[in-house]
Design a protein around this ligand. Structure first.
Ligand code: HSE
Length: 407
């Protein structure tokens, strides 16, 4: 029998314990032996729950128990999860995590320590909740030169935008619901300001391109700037606003960006609603592939962690190959990226054309007589920003999904 421990019994950790219990027979059959959760580490008490019987408040119980070969880290944040993970790996125990903050900040180092100690550091649940995207990049798309990764990578913001668009809910109400459903981070700024999606696109891009991309280099905007009127204009264009994380290898370099973008019915991501996430990966041989599933929530995220634990148990003593390089990739500025833009404008169409050149899809909304919205021609972000700076009639703008992102 393999013995494991779970550190952090919040939404995901409690889900991991539940999945091991509810799928015990299936898991035993697949692994060839039973997996027992021997410890659950948390500062809190859990009276009357299954966690109570295996609860410890002392990390040393796990670290010093030679029976425990794999540890789940679902504590979140950097402290004390970084130190705990490091100590466990140095002791030769494998660690499986959903902690994207820790993976984005110290993943390369922790992965190296794991390999040096014949252990694994796996993080399938760190990106896209239950979507098996990391294993896909590492095991299935290995014959590809990957050219682009674009995804809806945050369940909370997708839930908020969907509810604002389809139900007319306001931002605060939709966020509250996402929190109640266990989708949001402890500090929801990480979701709504785009930081969570930023870490995820940095992790996925590092795996896709085989070089380390620091999340600190990814240009990031959240959804706090999106209001009801923007959504009405975008709907009138038969489009949707989605928070996308995207990176692309182009002739003159690689860029990465997290931002709310206007995408249309030609883009598969437009129909990804609520807490669902999806990732498009474009390879030079396979073309565009897409992966879809629950981006947040207890059981879907736990499922990804449990998959990693099983992988670790099956490969004890032999670290799995992972293309997670420490070589740094310098991103090119998004200023040079060309795309069309969505603009809300307080002026005439002639004035807009004068500033931006040809415009398309002009839409006027009832009750907003003094403004209209349109889509510009394709231009570089620098060119576009120069136009905006020169014309005070621009109320607001968003990026329109690039043609390539719509294939
Ligand atoms: N807060 C995250 C989200 C949880 O909403 O996507 C899953 O990483």
């Amino acid at each position: 029998m393999a013995k494991i421990a779970v550190m952090g019994c919040g939404t995901v950790g409690a889900g991991v314990i539940r999945v091991f219990s509810m799928n015990r027979d299936e898991i035993t059959r697949r692994v060839g032996e039973e997996i027992e959760v021997k410890y659950a580490l948390d500062l809190r008490e859990f009276p009357g729950t299954p966690i109570e019987k295996i609860l410890t408040h002392d990390f040393q119980d796990i670290l010093n128990d030679p029976e425990v070969s794999v540890v789940v880290e679902t504590m979140g944040g950097l402290k004390p999860s970084y130190q705990f993970t490091k100590q466990l790996l140095e002791a030769g125990k494998s660690v499986c995590t959903s902690n994207k903050e820790l993976v984005a900040e110290h993943g390369v180092e922790l992965r190296k320590i794991a390999v040096e100690h014949n252990a694994n550091y796996l993080f399938e649940a760190s990106c896209g909740g239950g979507i098996p995207i990391i294993r896909t990049l590492n095991a299935s798309l290995t014959g590809e030169k990957i050219e682009e990764v674009t995804g809806i990578l945050n369940g909370t913001t997708n839930y908020i935008l969907t509810n604002m668009t389809e139900e007319g809910k306001d931002f605060a109400e939709a966020l509250k619901e996402a929190q109640q459903k266990g989708y949001a981070e402890l500090h929801p700024e990480a979701d709504i300001e785009g930081y969570d999606a930023c870490r995820k696109i940095a992790i996925l891009s590092s795996l896709a391109y085989g070089c380390h991309i620091s999340y600190k280099d990814v240009a990031t905007e959240g959804i706090t700037n999106v209001d009801d009127t923007d959504i009405e204009y975008v709907k009138a264009m038969n489009c949707r606003i989605k928070l996308l994380g995207t990176s692309r290898r182009e002739k003159n370099g690689t860029w990465a960006l997290v931002a709310p973008m206007v995408i249309g019915s030609e883009n598969l991501l437009t129909t990804v609603d609520g807490v669902m996430n999806a990732v498009l990966v474009k390879g030079n041989a396979v073309g565009t592939t897409m992966y879809y599933g629950s981006g947040a929530g207890s059981l879907p995220t736990a499922s990804a962690v449990v998959g990693d634990v099983i992988e670790c148990v099956k490969s004890i003593g032999t670290p799995l190959r992972l293309d997670y390089s420490s070589e740094q990739l310098q991103l090119m500025p998004v200023d040079e990226v060309e795309r069309p833009f969505f603009v809300r404008y307080r002026g005439t169409e002639a004035e807009a054309v004068n500033t931006f050149g040809p415009i398309r899809h002009a839409r006027h909304l009832e009750g907003h007589a003094d403004e209209f919205a349109f889509i510009t021609r394709k231009m570089s972000e620098k060119q576009f920003r120069d136009c905006v700076a020169a014309d005070a009639r621009v109320i607001k703008w968003f990026r329109r999904g690039k043609k390539e992102e719509q294939e």
